[in-house]
Design a protein around this ligand. Structure first.
Ligand code: ADP
Ligand code: MG
Length: 237
């Protein structure tokens, strides 16, 4: 599904350049449930944004579903993104003056689905996430956990193959965090590839594989199959 080799990414600011990803290799198969960990500033969001075709890279290669993602223009990138990827963010990124249903329906607006049809589908997704009664409420009237569920419904509505979540529980209390993780686990159980960035070890422990980013490369990959090693690892972190 995702094949990355020798990936390099630098940020250039004036005469300064910050080399963030330094020859990173990564393969993620369809249906995996992966956590990306690493200290703040290690390049986790940079990597996720490249995987989500929100940003380009400098060197190396990135294949998504067998297609090389490189130097795409914005239209092409947006099309591929719409078809393949759903994003979930730490701060939900909901539109404040639109209600829950309209927020969830937004990706279908870009696909030129009629208002009536897209609102109907949005209601179905809200219902699935237990938020039907909240359809006509604004984000400001909802709790953090509810807002993140709206964001998850929005990510799912275009039926992407991959869900990318950047610190999806970063603004939530621990009970709500686990509820959100349970939803992501369910989504993964239904066959979607789920990749989350997190620095919380108990959140990472709910996935099936942990990838550690350090010094611009992947320092280690821990599979949940080896449960004891996995538990010892997350405990000592
Ligand atoms: P993480 O998500 O692991 O905290 P990021 O990928 O956000 O790390 O950032 C990696 C490094 O790149 C940090 O030092 C950050 O300041 C820098 N960086 C991120 N985005 C930009 C940008 N758009 N322009 C310049 N520097 C950036
Ligand atoms: Mg980040």
């Amino acid at each position: 599904m995702i094949q990355i080799s020798n990936l390099h990414k630098s940020y250039v600011m004036g005469t300064n350049s910050l080399h963030v990803l330094k020859g990173l290799d990564l393969v993620i198969e369809e249906g995996e449930f992966v956590a990306v960990r690493g200290s703040s500033g290690s390049g986790k969001s940079t990597l996720l944004n490249i995987i989500g075709i929100l940003d380009d890279y400098d060197l190396g290669s990135y294949y998504l579903g067998g297609r090389l993602m490189q130097g795409l223009n914005e239209t092409k990138a947006a099309l591929t993104r719409n078809e393949m990827i759903g994003f979930i963010f730490q701060s939900f990124n909901l539109i404040s003056f639109k209600n829950a249903m309209e927020n969830v329906a937004l990706p279908l607006y870009y696909q030129k689905v009629s208002r009536r049809k897209r609102n109907q589908i949005a209601l179905e997704y809200l219902d699935r996430l237990g938020l039907k009664e909240w359809a006509h409420h604004l984000p400001s009237e909802m709790s953090g956990g509810q807002k993140q569920r709206v964001a998850i419904a929005r990510a799912l509505i275009s039926k992407p193959k991959i869900i990318l979540a950047d610190e999806p529980t970063g603004m939530l209390d621990s009970t709500t965090s686990f509820e959100v993780m349970d939803i992501l686990k369910e989504i993964n159980d239904q066959g979607k590839t789920v990749i989350i960035v997190t620095h919380e070890h108990d959140i990472a422990a709910m996935t099936k594989k942990i990838i550690r980013l350090k010094d611009g490369v992947i320092e280690e990959v821990i599979k949940n199959g080896d449960l004891q090693l996995f538990k010892d690892r997350v405990r000592t972190e």
